[in-house]
Write a protein that binds this ligand. Structure first.
Ligand code: FE2
Length: 311
């Protein structure tokens, strides 16, 4: 497969970042991005579960990648609707297939998650976070870092309650992000479940603040269940534009699939992995006709790629 060969043969940095693990090559520049997995606890009343095996179907080809990706990041909405402990009990063993294969897994929250049961199911997140109480992480992507934010605006009633749909960036994380960005010594991405418009930083558009930093390389989010790429400019006096990518869902609705994120010395590339699908608002039932536009969307999105050039 071209994408793995390229990673393996691309320069000394990629080779140096590759290490043997149980006889399999691991590519330190390769990360799998998953989002909006929406896993449902089997015994939670009224919750559909068709999406659970679709996550397994996503993980199968990830495990078959050679060289193996070093890590996987889940961009929130780990739980289906209301962040039940039972939802996380169902997602954790599925994602553990990745960590069992040596692929480090990092998760963050979406608007359908609750922090306490998420920390309980993913206890390593409490050790990783630079912001106590938040599911925040710094992920080494190879030649750059990902500052992964926890953008959940949580209902204080906790597990089992509906949260606000819109995201938020609390003051502690905003202060941490400003400090981390100012201290950056190499390119960094900012990621969160929510799109950048929902996470103002110090009362300003987060991208307007970050794009002044020469190490800021792009913004990646989930939430909208669509594969789409945008660019942002901070006014017509600026030539520089910021790339923004929205990730698909692994199986709930919309663009269905996962993405591969590969770093190089001068850039990173995000690509929609082969095998993408589309359905809305749920998979077809037996005997239902597949609307032709679903296949059009699949064909249009297949092979999609975004290049994030380091400055
Ligand atoms: Fe979602």
């Amino acid at each position: 497969m071209d994408i793995t060969r390229r990673g393996f043969f691309f320069g000394a940095a990629a080779v140096a970042a590759s290490t043997a693990l149980g006889g399999d090559e691991v590519d330190g520049n390769l990360t799998v991005f998953l989002s909006d997995i929406h896993i449902s606890g089997k015994d939670v009343k009224g919750q559909p579960t068709y999406q659970n095996p679709l996550l397994d179907k996503t993980i199968d080809p990830v495990l078959a990648l050679r060289p193996r990706p070093r890590r996987a990041v889940v961009f929130g909405d780990v739980a289906l609707w209301r962040g039940h402990a039972a939802d996380y009990a169902e997602s954790a063993p599925r994602l553990k297939r990745l960590s069992d294969a040596g692929i480090e897994v990092t998760v963050t929250t979406g608007n359908h998650d609750h922090r306490a049961p998420m920390f309980a199911a993913y206890p390593e997140q409490a050790k990783k976070t630079p912001v106590p109480g938040r599911v925040t992480s710094v992920v080494d992507l190879g030649t750059s870092d990902l500052f992964l934010l926890d953008s959940l605006n949580e209902n204080a009633a906790g597990e089992g309650s509906n949260n606000a749909v819109a995201g938020t960036l609390d003051e502690a994380q905003a202060a941490w992000l400003k400090g981390a960005a100012a201290a950056a010594k190499r390119p960094f991405f900012v990621g969160a479940h929510h799109p950048p418009e929902e996470l103002p930083l110090g009362g300003k558009n987060i991208l307007a603040v970050l794009e002044r930093n020469p190490f800021f390389a792009g913004y990646i989010h989930g939430h909208n269940h669509r594969w789409y790429l945008r660019w942002y400019h901070n006014g017509y006096s600026r030539r520089h534009v910021v790339r923004i990518a929205c990730l698909p869902s692994t199986g709930w609705w919309g663009t269905i699939g996962f993405s591969l994120f590969r770093t190089f010395p001068d850039r990173a590339e995000l690509s929609l992995a082969p095998g993408n699908d589309f359905f809305f608002p749920n998979p077809l039932k037996p005997g239902e006709q597949r609307p032709p536009e679903w296949d059009d969307i699949v064909a249009e999105e297949r092979g999609g790629k975004c290049i994030f050039r380091y400055r």
